[in-house]
Design a protein around this ligand. Structure first.
Ligand code: MEV
Length: 331
């Protein structure tokens, strides 16, 4: 038997990092996906291949140990998933995701990626959700979207040490969502078009490490960082209204204010900053980091100027356009 499942990446428009402290966030699923294919294995192990990253790994079914078989690096992965290489860290998500599903024989698992890894576009959540969906299908096991999102969040928590349910929720349900911890994903109904250009630095951001960095800053300066989180919450709530009412200029302004506060949280880098200002000079009305920062990507909101912004960002780093996708996980 051979089964496949896929799940989308995402772009966070408002509220990253603050969402870790119970604040709301606004995110969209994008039309770039992780596609996972599982079939019966040729030996007694779980063999994982990720062609886009040139990463291969073997998971021992009995002790769950991962061996990383990238030809350039034969070291075994330890509990630190990123010790071997950043790209190989994705094997840890796959191992944890599959450990929720029993198998008495080996498996061949292929992961095809349309999303850059560590790029702030939810690659680890998309891989985790798609892996679990494919494994459930392979085992002919019923799985509701709600329990899939919950289990995938648990995997992110275990691998990263800290994570909000935002990435795994958007990857499961797709669409344009306002996320709160109380109500989960609530669809934003709007006729607003959101042409987004992603500027992607070649340096990946490590989400777990960045969350811990912000946590430390908050612990050291609670009276400053606490109100910053509150202000991000106000921005996100105002942005929701502006999006519903189709107020483009206001959405752009709020993105730029949110960016200033992400900078204050210490997750900006010179490369991200350069992309952000280049995008604004080329006509973006809003531009900010998307996701954890520390590397990874920026998004630029550029109604009527997508071509110009794309061209400018491409001359500096990698860049591509994304469309909002209503399609969540499919299996
Ligand atoms: C990462 O895509 C978004 C963060 O808010 C972390 C999280 O929500 O788990 C930085």
């Amino acid at each position: 038997m051979k089964v496949s499942a896929s799940a989308p990446g995402k772009a966070i428009l408002f509220g990253e990092h603050a969402v870790v402290y119970g604040k709301p966030a606004i995110a969209v699923a994008v039309d770039r996906r992780a596609i996972v294919t599982i079939q019966e294995g040729t030996d007694n192990h779980i063999n994982v291949k990720i062609p886009e990253l040139d990463v291969r790994g073997v998971i021992d079914i009995d002790n769950q140990q991962i061996s990383h078989l990238n030809p350039e690096d034969t070291s075994e992965l330890s509990n630190d998933p990123f010790k071997s290489s950043y790209d190989a860290g994705i094997l840890k998500y796959i191992q944890k995701a599959l450990s929720n599903f029993k198998t008495d024989h080996g498996l061949d698992v292929q992961v095809d990626l349309e999303i850059p890894i560590g790029g702030g576009l939810g690659s680890s959540a998309a891989v985790t959700v798609a892996t679990m969906a494919a494994a459930a299908r392979y085992n002919q096991q019923e799985l509701t979207l709600e329990s899939l999102a919950k289990m995938a969040h648990q995997v992110e928590l275990e691998v990263q040490g800290a994570a909000s349910p935002l990435d795994t929720t958007i990857s499961t349900y797709g669409g344009f969502i306002y996320f709160t911890h109380k109500d989960g994903a609530v669809k934003i109904e709007t006729s607003m078009e959101m042409p987004l250009v992603v500027g992607h630095t070649s340096k990946p951001g490590n989400t777990g490490e960045l969350i811990l960095k912000v946590r430390k800053l908050k612990k050291n300066h609670p009276d400053i960082i606490g109100p910053i989180m509150d202000t991000i919450e106000t921005i996100t709530n105002e942005a929701r209204e502006s999006i519903i009412n189709g107020e483009e200029e206001s959405v752009g302004e709020l993105m730029n204010i949110n960016q200033g506060l992400l900078d204050a949280l210490g997750v900006n880098t010179p490369k991200l900053s350069n992309l952000i200002y280049q995008a604004r000079s080329a006509g973006a009305i809003g531009s900010k980091i998307t996701g954890a920062g520390g590397g990874g990507s920026i998004i630029a909101y550029c109604p009527g100027k997508a071509k110009e912004v794309l061209k400018t960002l491409k001359s500096v780093e990698n860049a591509f356009e994304v469309s909002i996708s209503s399609k969540g996980v499919t299996w």
